[in-house]
Design a protein around this ligand. Structure first.
Ligand code: SF4
Length: 192
């Protein structure tokens, strides 16, 4: 079995592939979020797997921020993601480059129909405000255009990290579990 470090490198590489596929799709379709929307980060029912936050947690350990994030999570009494900021001048995700897989795919990926054909999983905001754009992406997929398929990415994530990839839970819990995995990994290696 690969070491935790190498599994995390593989997860990062999968996330980069998702980013690349999304950039390609955006360049072909003009798909883009509404300016300063961030509505998707404001939902209080986002679920994620701890596996997708392992790269973030590893980086937090490297820069000495594990305790800070544990403290913030303990004080955070909301189901909305700890890292979502909606204040003037502080808008957006506080860990954007290290955000999870769901954060990358949501609004920029597809599900599949019963025949395996991709269906654009557009977000509610875009459906309401930019129906032409949503239609444009649908036409692009119908012409054989490529867009990340959500289930495929999660399947690959689970192949890299089976236990932590299969466990879907509220996003703040998944972040905390990823931090705990990294904390115990280094605590035990220091004892060994
Ligand atoms: S990690 Fe960042 S992108 Fe993901 S839900 Fe939280 S604030 Fe949004």
């Amino acid at each position: 079995m690969l070491s935790l470090y190498h599994r995390i490198q593989k997860i990062e590489s999968l996330q980069k592939t998702a980013d690349k596929d999304i950039r390609l799709c955006k360049s072909h379709t003009g798909l883009i979020c509404l300016k300063h929307c961030a509505k998707c980060c404001s939902y209080d029912d986002i679920t994620a797997s701890p596996a997708e936050f392992l790269p973030f947690a590893w980086h937090a350990w490297r820069v000495g921020l594990l305790d800070k994030w544990f403290d913030e999570l303990d004080r955070h009494d909301s189901r909305i993601c700890l890292f979502a900021h909606f204040n003037e001048g502080e808008w957006g995700c506080r860990i954007y480059p290290s955000r999870g897989m769901i954060c990358r795919l949501f609004g920029f990926a597809a599900t599949t129909d019963k025949n395996g054909q991709p269906l654009f999983a557009a977000c509610r905001v875009l459906k309401q405000n930019c129906p032409e754009l949503v239609q444009n992406v649908g036409n692009y997929l119908a012409r054989g255009g490529k867009m990340p398929i959500i289930a495929n990415y999660y399947r690959k994530l689970c192949a890299i990290e089976p236990a932590l990839g299969n466990e879907m839970m509220p996003i703040n819990q998944s972040i905390k579990k990823a931090l705990e995995v990294i904390y115990f990994h280094f605590a035990y290696s220091e004892c060994a």
